[in-house]
Design a protein around this ligand. Sequence first.
Ligand SMILES: [Mg+2]
Length: 268
Amino acid sequence: MRTMTPLAACPRAAWRPLRGVLTDIDDTLTGESGIARAGLDALHRLHDAGIPVIAITGRPAGWSEPFALAWPVRGIVAENGGVLLHREEAGEGSALRVEFAQDDATRAANFARLQACAREIVATVPGALLARDSAGRLTDIAVDHSEFTTLDGAAIAAVCDLMRTHGLTATVSSIHVNGWIGEHSKWSAAHWAVKRLTGADFDPREWVYVGDSTNDQLMFERVPLSVGVANIARFLPMLDHPPAYVTQAERGDGFAEMARALLAAKSG
Ligand SMILES: [Mg+2]
């Protein structure tokens, strides 16, 4: 297991091979009142410097749509790798393009199985409620544990167990337990989105990954320059693979700290 080093101790040379930024959204860029000013400013500075940012989130496609249009990011992969949303220049303005990791027939069959699993969770795990953003979910289900309600560790484990019994992949974000059918993940999402949006194959040595929670740990494990924002402290006991570095500041302010280090290394 790696121990986390303060981001300030990351050598400048480590940033220079980087081509872009992959980032989680909830509690990494955003907090309870949406995206932090510092986080949005950092996205603009990275965009102005020509550094692509791709967000990878467990949030639904429907929830991600307005941000994929409004934020200066290349795209957002929603539903833990299930759906890619990105802007496409069309006529006068830009239109949103939505692509799926799975074909229509596979998604239709999976959708029915996912809803059956969701019904069983709500009926059998005391206190379990579907996430309020469930209407916008096209390829997964989500159970709220910390957004509008609180589930304890035993209940979260029971939700994960039921999802796995139904053949779902289950991960726990800072707010939800997400379940989906298929091999996709934030890791496969990185390969898909980088190739689709930049034209180049994804090389984990060329991207920094920023996150805050247990559903980021596949990326923390496989991306050498991985960064946790300070609020990751809450999840540290549950992480087998913590990020290489941790910021001093939380959430969007922590993301901005990462962006400053990257931009300083690129310009110096
Ligand atoms: Mg998060």
